[in-house]
Design a protein. Structure first.
Length: 471
């Protein structure tokens, strides 16, 4: 058993407002440079829809992620020889139009325009060519279902459903999906890079790009099934979300989490057995990848695991953070959170709590199972998004959320707590109370348990301050 620590994030889709407040500080801090205009390390999509870049989930087009054959893993885009043969032309690479051509306006013209009869107007111009352009797509083009009647048929999460039925006004549904780099345990982008520029940090599992080694082959862009690696056309190198590691090393949370208005984000440490990664990712049935992913996660409160982690040199701060981790409870213990498209076999570490939704008009469910089938957001759609088409884990998570609401409603109304819903879900009163505190009224320190980076013993740094100059 080889114990590793991984920074993980959970997003509660039941509380996301779709305000994009998470995207703005990320954009202003990390991608406000020449060549990065079209990059959004964090973006918020409306589902259903084909997203940003267009049809990023359709791996028959982009060949991202892994495939398994006879217990062995292979990159969807092929191995070294195929990459070498196509190294100067990657047919799986998304084009700029699939993201969007970034634009700007000449605002100065509004100020300097001479006095005239009609209000002055300005046209968009491309930030790539500088020429006037017509806007045809953007990073949140489908926001609040805008245009989904035209693009909705390209949403692969409608597999097994009649998309036309759910795009009708009476049956329409929507929810928001914030996306960022998944910092996977088995990252396809790292395996795809011919230069070895992408790597996974040993201390916290964050996936980064070594800008000095990157040669701009861009196989990482097409290899990532989530399309969260970008190419900077100005510098000629790839860039991606860095999980705000300059902040997390100091014990601070990420910018997107700090700015989140709905308080939907949770960050913590997960311990896992690195020796079983290949076993979990190479399950023959894609629906078994998620259970295999859960099995390699370790209980940090198990004395044997804690003892072995310390013996292997895991920083004490990371072990203590894992023992108090909100993500460990949401992902491993309560199983309320689920991974995004586990069938890509990258073992992502940004998970999502599926959203509840109102009942369809005219439906009168008799029990929990009937209620889940009567929700406006189809369970099948959520299963295609979060469980490789397996409805069982999605139904289990939704049952837990329904049980939490029913129990707290009965107790808050002065009635006897409804313990019947607990028996159906296998939860007890202590767990429900803890779930309520974490999901509803958690304080900052409960939602973000971020250990500081382990630094070598350098003595008293304050005494050394000012001791050396430029000489």
């Amino acid at each position: 058993m080889k114990i590793k620590a991984q920074m993980a994030m959970v997003l509660n889709l039941d509380k996301c407002l779709g305000c994009h407040t998470c995207s703005i500080p990320c954009k202003n801090v990390w991608t406000n440079r020449k060549g990065a205009e079209y990059m959004w390390f964090n973006n918020v999509e409306t589902k259903p829809g084909i997203g940003y870049p267009r049809k990023w989930e359709n791996q028959s087009l982009h060949k991202g992620g892994w495939q398994a054959d006879s217990g062995r893993l292979f990159l969807e885009a092929g191995g070294r020889m195929r990459k070498l043969a196509r190294i100067f032309h990657n047919p799986d690479l998304p084009q700029i139009d699939e993201y969007y051509e970034p634009w700007d306006y000449d605002y100065q013209r509004l100020i300097t325009s001479p006095l005239k009869r009609h209000q002055p107007s300005i046209r968009p111009h491309s930030q790539l060519s500088g020429k006037p352009m017509d806007i045809t797509w953007g990073p949140n083009w489908e926001d609040d279902l805008a245009g989904v009647c035209e693009s909705g048929d390209g949403d692969i999460n409608f597999a097994g459903l009649d998309y036309r039925q759910y795009l009708e006004f009476e049956q329409a549904f929507m929810f928001y999906l914030p996306r960022l780099c998944e910092h996977c345990l088995n990252p396809a982008c790292v395996a795809s890079c011919p230069s070895g520029a992408l790597y996974k940090r040993d201390e916290d599992g964050v996936v980064l790009v070594d800008q000095t080694r990157c040669r701009g082959w861009r196989y990482c862009v097409s290899g990532c099934p989530y399309k969260k690696v970008y190419f900077n056309w100005q510098s000629g190198t790839s860039e991606k979300c860095i999980f705000c590691y300059p902040r997390t090393e100091s014990g601070l949370t990420t910018l997107c989490s700090e700015a989140c208005v709905g308080r939907i984000r949770y960050i913590g440490v997960i311990l896992y057995d690195a020796d079983r990664l290949a076993e979990a990712a190479s399950e023959t049935d894609p629906r078994q990848v998620y259970p295999g992913h859960l099995e390699i996660m370790l209980d940090p409160n198990d004395p044997k695991v804690a003892q072995e982690a310390e013996r292997q040199g895991l920083a004490r701060g990371f072990l203590q953070a894992a023992q108090k981790s909100p993500t460990d409870r949401l992902m491993r213990q309560w199983r309320l959170a689920l991974p995004l498209h586990p069938e890509y076999r990258t073992l992502p570490m940004v998970w999502y709590i599926p959203p509840l939704s109102p009942l369809l008009a005219g439906m009168e469910p008799a029990g929990q199972e009937d209620m889940l089938s009567a929700l406006r957001i189809p369970v099948r759609y959520l299963a295609n998004l979060l469980a490789a088409g397996d409805e069982a884990p999605v139904r289990g998570a939704l049952k837990g959320l329904l049980a939490l609401r029913a129990y707290m409603r009965s107790s808050r109304l002065g009635e006897a707590p409804d313990k019947g819903v607990l028996r159906e879900t296998g939860l007890n009163e202590a767990q429900i109370s803890e779930m309520y505190r974490l999901l509803a009224i958690a304080k900052y320190g409960d939602r973000f348990v971020v250990p500081t980076a382990q630094t070598p013993d350098a003595g008293d740094m304050r005494a050394e301050q000012g001791g050396l100059g430029f000489d």
